[in-house]
Design a protein around this ligand. Structure first.
Ligand SMILES: CC(C)=CCC/C(C)=C/COP(=O)(O)O
Length: 296
């Protein structure tokens, strides 16, 4: 005489062999009492391959270790126990958020939390509010306008071809930076932190967005440019790197940016220098530009 356990275990196999139209709540689909692992497996199949043939789904499920493990709870269930109703599609999807989704959401949460903590100069009444004027001075030191005007002025005063070449490329780098940052800000449209006061010196319309930080890109780009093209004593080189780093940090302290805006800004600025270096303008590859400038 077969034991009750073997009787119950045979049911899903018989059902899957004889019926091709059983629903998601049927034992053949893992809807038997307590089959949580099976529902999860089912939702993986339904969310990843919505058009999958039901017969194929069942066959795959029966091959999986999850399916085999899921049949054990049935052993304890009596033949009269009704299977639970299938979950709505949206709920089943929620059971399986992707690893990347969870990682991104966690990173964003940490970013917001850390940025708020570091925003100690965001207002006059903030804990480091008295440092705000100093931070705003740093802000101007990395602003696009002084760098553009300064480069144009030096170009107009330069009397050597070598100097002109370096300055021409710095001008190209600054313009490329403005363009790329405006493009990414316009595409990503991440709002500035809620605790930011929008009291910045001369902004463009895209500067209401925060990703990436334009000051951080400029700091990384310009400091890499200077370190590669100016002969400086070691203490001055250290100072250039420090300036870039503190300028980036000050963006978060002022409440202008989240940490990820600045981190990506540094990365982008560093990469931009590689582009400038690759496309280096010289009297050989851009003679018209240099001739035009020398006639000014
Ligand atoms: C008007 C010009 C020529 C440049 C704008 C410079 C500026 C205001 C950039 C924004 O920087 P953050 O993204 O770091 O706030």
């Amino acid at each position: 005489m077969p034991s009750p356990r073997r009787n119950v275990d045979a049911r899903p196999l018989a059902a899957s062999a004889s019926s091709s139209s059983s629903g998601p709540g049927s034992p053949a689909h893992g809807g038997g009492g307590g089959g949580g692992g099976r529902f999860e497996f089912q939702s993986l199949l339904s969310s990843r391959a919505p058009g999958l043939d039901p017969t194929c789904t069942r066959l795959r499920a029966s091959e999986s270790p999850v399916h085999r493990r899921g049949s054990f709870p049935l052993a304890g269930a009596g033949p009269s126990q009704a299977p639970p109703a299938p979950l709505p599609e949206e709920d089943r999807m929620d059971l399986n958020p992707s690893f990347l989704g969870i990682a991104l959401r966690s990173l964003l949460a940490i970013d917001l939390w850390l940025s708020k903590k570091l925003g100690v100069c965001a207002g006059e009444s903030s804990s480091w509010g008295s440092m705000r004027p100093l931070m705003k001075l740093l802000e101007i030191s990395g602003h696009g306008i002084p760098w553009l005007l300064g480069t144009l002025y030096c170009l107009s005063r330069s009397d050597s071809w070598a100097g002109r070449e370096v300055l021409m490329n710095l001008l190209f780098a600054l313009l490329l930076d403005l363009l790329l940052v405006a493009l990414i800000k316009g595409l990503v449209r991440r709002r500035r932190p809620a605790h930011n006061q929008m009291d910045m010196f001369v902004t463009l319309s895209v500067d209401k967005y925060s990703f990436p930080s334009g000051h951080a890109t400029r700091a990384a780009l310009v400091s890499r440019f200077i370190l590669n093209h100016l002969v400086l004593a070691i203490p001055l080189r250290v100072l250039v790197v420090l300036w870039a780093f503190i300028l980036g940090l000050s963006r978060v302290m002022l409440g202008r940016h989240n940490v990820t805006d600045v981190a990506f800004g540094f990365f982008l600025g560093y990469t931009q220098y590689s582009i400038v270096d690759y496309c280096w303008l010289s009297p050989h590859n851009a003679p018209v530009l240099f001739l035009l400038w020398s006639q000014q």
